[in-house]
Design a protein around this ligand. Structure first.
Ligand SMILES: [Zn+2]
Length: 118
Protein backbone atom coordinates (compact mmCIF):
# COMPACT_ATOMS: atom_id res chain seq x y z
CA UNK A 1 0.00 0.00 0.00
CA UNK A 2 1.07 3.49 -0.83
CA UNK A 3 1.94 5.86 1.98
CA UNK A 4 -0.69 8.33 0.74
CA UNK A 5 -3.57 5.80 0.96
CA UNK A 6 -6.56 6.50 3.20
CA UNK A 7 -6.02 10.14 3.99
CA UNK A 8 -8.87 11.61 6.03
CA UNK A 9 -8.29 15.03 4.45
CA UNK A 10 -8.25 13.92 0.80
CA UNK A 11 -11.10 13.03 -1.60
CA UNK A 12 -11.61 12.50 -5.32
CA UNK A 13 -13.72 14.57 -7.65
CA UNK A 14 -15.78 13.13 -10.45
CA UNK A 15 -17.53 15.91 -12.37
CA UNK A 16 -21.28 15.34 -12.70
CA UNK A 17 -20.89 15.96 -16.46
CA UNK A 18 -18.56 12.95 -16.63
CA UNK A 19 -20.70 10.46 -14.73
CA UNK A 20 -22.36 9.10 -17.89
CA UNK A 21 -18.95 8.58 -19.53
CA UNK A 22 -17.69 6.84 -16.37
CA UNK A 23 -20.78 4.61 -16.14
CA UNK A 24 -20.63 3.76 -19.87
CA UNK A 25 -16.99 2.73 -19.46
CA UNK A 26 -17.89 0.65 -16.40
CA UNK A 27 -20.72 -1.00 -18.36
CA UNK A 28 -18.35 -1.80 -21.24
CA UNK A 29 -15.86 -3.24 -18.74
CA UNK A 30 -18.56 -5.38 -17.07
CA UNK A 31 -19.75 -6.63 -20.46
CA UNK A 32 -16.21 -7.60 -21.44
CA UNK A 33 -15.61 -9.32 -18.06
CA UNK A 34 -18.73 -11.50 -18.37
CA UNK A 35 -18.02 -12.05 -22.06
CA UNK A 36 -21.21 -10.35 -23.25
CA UNK A 37 -19.31 -8.30 -25.83
CA UNK A 38 -18.37 -11.48 -27.72
CA UNK A 39 -21.38 -13.60 -26.73
CA UNK A 40 -22.85 -15.93 -29.37
CA UNK A 41 -26.16 -17.73 -29.23
CA UNK A 42 -29.27 -17.65 -27.04
CA UNK A 43 -27.99 -20.13 -24.41
CA UNK A 44 -24.90 -18.06 -23.72
CA UNK A 45 -27.04 -14.92 -23.48
CA UNK A 46 -29.44 -16.59 -21.01
CA UNK A 47 -26.48 -17.48 -18.77
CA UNK A 48 -24.63 -14.18 -19.03
CA UNK A 49 -27.33 -11.50 -18.98
CA UNK A 50 -28.54 -12.08 -15.37
CA UNK A 51 -24.94 -11.91 -14.09
CA UNK A 52 -24.28 -8.80 -16.09
CA UNK A 53 -27.51 -7.16 -14.86
CA UNK A 54 -26.64 -8.02 -11.26
CA UNK A 55 -23.17 -6.47 -11.63
CA UNK A 56 -24.80 -3.39 -13.14
CA UNK A 57 -27.32 -3.13 -10.26
CA UNK A 58 -24.69 -3.67 -7.57
CA UNK A 59 -22.28 -1.13 -9.05
CA UNK A 60 -25.11 1.44 -9.23
CA UNK A 61 -25.92 0.75 -5.56
CA UNK A 62 -22.24 1.03 -4.62
CA UNK A 63 -22.08 4.31 -6.52
CA UNK A 64 -24.99 5.74 -4.55
CA UNK A 65 -23.53 4.66 -1.22
CA UNK A 66 -20.02 5.92 -1.96
CA UNK A 67 -20.35 9.47 -3.22
CA UNK A 68 -21.33 12.75 -1.60
CA UNK A 69 -21.94 15.99 -3.49
CA UNK A 70 -19.83 19.11 -3.95
CA UNK A 71 -21.10 22.22 -5.75
CA UNK A 72 -19.39 25.43 -6.82
CA UNK A 73 -21.07 28.80 -7.25
CA UNK A 74 -20.39 29.85 -10.85
CA UNK A 75 -20.38 33.52 -9.81
CA UNK A 76 -18.24 33.74 -6.66
CA UNK A 77 -16.49 30.35 -6.78
CA UNK A 78 -17.58 29.31 -3.27
CA UNK A 79 -17.60 25.54 -2.75
CA UNK A 80 -20.52 23.79 -1.13
CA UNK A 81 -19.67 20.44 0.47
CA UNK A 82 -22.21 17.96 1.79
CA UNK A 83 -21.69 16.89 5.42
CA UNK A 84 -20.64 13.33 6.32
CA UNK A 85 -24.22 12.35 7.20
CA UNK A 86 -25.60 14.15 4.13
CA UNK A 87 -27.97 16.12 6.35
CA UNK A 88 -26.59 19.59 5.63
CA UNK A 89 -23.92 21.40 3.65
CA UNK A 90 -21.07 23.84 4.27
CA UNK A 91 -19.79 26.76 2.19
CA UNK A 92 -16.11 27.56 1.59
CA UNK A 93 -14.85 30.87 0.23
CA UNK A 94 -11.94 30.87 -2.25
CA UNK A 95 -8.79 32.35 -0.77
CA UNK A 96 -7.77 34.00 -4.05
CA UNK A 97 -10.00 36.22 -6.26
CA UNK A 98 -8.51 34.56 -9.35
CA UNK A 99 -9.80 31.12 -8.31
CA UNK A 100 -11.57 29.58 -11.32
CA UNK A 101 -15.34 29.15 -10.90
CA UNK A 102 -15.40 26.04 -13.10
CA UNK A 103 -13.35 23.69 -10.92
CA UNK A 104 -16.09 21.03 -10.99
CA UNK A 105 -16.58 21.04 -14.77
CA UNK A 106 -16.08 18.01 -16.98
CA UNK A 107 -12.50 16.78 -17.00
CA UNK A 108 -13.02 15.22 -20.44
CA UNK A 109 -14.31 18.50 -21.89
CA UNK A 110 -11.36 20.38 -20.37
CA UNK A 111 -8.89 17.91 -21.90
CA UNK A 112 -10.58 18.27 -25.29
CA UNK A 113 -10.49 22.08 -25.07
CA UNK A 114 -6.82 21.87 -24.03
CA UNK A 115 -5.98 19.74 -27.08
CA UNK A 116 -7.83 22.06 -29.47
CA UNK A 117 -5.96 25.14 -28.26
CA UNK A 118 -2.49 23.49 -28.35
ZN1 LIG B 1 -21.77 32.72 -5.17
Amino acid sequence: MDQTDRLSYKAYLLPDQDTSIFLERLETLLDSLVGLDGARGANVMVQIVPTRNRLQRESTRLWGESFRSVYQCAECGRLNVESLDGQRDYWFLPEDEATPTNLLESTFTQRRVGRETD
